[in-house]
Design a protein around this ligand. Structure first.
Ligand code: CP
Ligand code: NVA
Length: 308
């Protein structure tokens, strides 16, 4: 059975901790090296990752490509529209064919059921590069960034502001696995999927749902937001208006712990979910977070190949 990485729970808490530790070690071991030089031992030498994109991407495509190079392997990128998948070939047959040709598949798509279908029919690992439901690779990078900032995950207080979306779902999953607490502030009607809230609570995470942005942020260690309009959604004026009280600006950030950090998966929309004042502040670690996509995913890939 191939080890798929469709959601963080596929790995579980112990593996997630091991993935983060491996990423920290690998990142430190190659500090200052040219970015394309393989890690010592080139652990994925001879392995090839195929990436399928049904949505746009900058960070995910570049970071997975660089991750494979740094592990000694190679990657290829395909836009689904230029594949037979884009003109009706089934996901099942695509999975079967790619499994004969490459060693792992990463896919970014809309409906999460598509990635589950891919995993059912692939005999090589399938990795979730974002679906409408979740974005687990992003959150491994976020956890790595938080740990690098000297903050322990158990007991951490995290505030999420804005839209209850795919990125938040993976944060909630991480909260359950790593035992931290999430205060979610959204306008009414934009709450996260109840299943993720319930599962996080069942695993022992504290999850608070509120419409009060200041109450959510008060004293927290981490403030996170994301675009108010995810890929595939329309830029509706009424949604933007409902989200405005949840903008992460200097006044809101002042309610967090003085040592709090600001995270955003990017791309950011300055003047919507975050102001330039917060985005460019000393508390913002968004570009460490972006770089960490490479380091985090190298360790996710190694986990998928059974090396962690
Ligand atoms: N954060 C993230 O996944 O970025 P891309 O959409 O650029 O891949
Ligand atoms: N929630 C965003 C994340 C982009 C990386 C989206 O799905 O578009």
């Amino acid at each position: 059975m191939a080890r798929h990485f469709l959601n963080l729970g596929d790995a579980g808490g112990d593996a997630l901790a091991a993935i983060i530790n491996d990423a920290l070690d690998r990142k430190a071991a190659r500090a200052g090296w040219p970015k394309g030089r393989p890690d010592a031992g080139a652990p994925l030498e001879g392995r090839v990752l195929a990436m399928i994109f049904e949505k746009n991407s900058t960070r995910t495509r570049v970071s997975f490509d660089m991750a494979m190079r740094q592990l000694g392997g190679a990657a290829m990128v395909m836009e689904s529209g230029s594949m037979q998948l884009g003109r009706g070939e089934s996901i099942a047959d695509t999975a079967r064919v790619l499994s004969r040709m490459v060693d792992a598949i990463m896919i970014r798509t809309d409906d999460h059921a598509k990635i589950e279908e891919m995993a059912r029919h692939a005999t090589v690992p399938v990795i979730n590069g974002l679906t409408d439901q979740s974005h687990p690779c992003q959150i491994v990078a976020d956890l790595l960034t938080i740990v690098e900032q000297g903050k322990a995950l158990p007991g951490l207080e995290v505030a999420w502001l804005g839209d209850g979306n795919n990125v938040l779902h993976s944060i909630l999953e991480a909260a359950g696995l790593m035992k931290f607490n999430v205060r979610v502030a959204t306008p009414q009607g934009y709450e996260p999927d109840g299943g993720f809230v319930k599962a996080a609570r069942a695993r022992g995470a504290g999850v608070t749902l509120t419409s009060d942005a200041v109450a959510a942020v008060r004293g927290v260690d981490i403030v996170v937001t994301d675009t108010w309009v995810s890929m595939g959604q329309s830029h509706a004026a009424e949604k933007i208006a409902a989200m405005m009280p949840y903008q992460v600006n200097e006044a809101l950030m002042a309610h967090a712990s003085p040592d709090a950090r600001f995270l955003h998966c990017l791309p950011a929309h300055i003047g919507e979910e975050v102001t330039q004042g917060v985005f460019g502040s000393a508390q913002s670690v968004v570009f460490d977070e972006a770089e960490n996509r490479i380091h985090a995913q190298k360790s996710v890939l190694l986990w998928c190949f059974g090396a962690i």
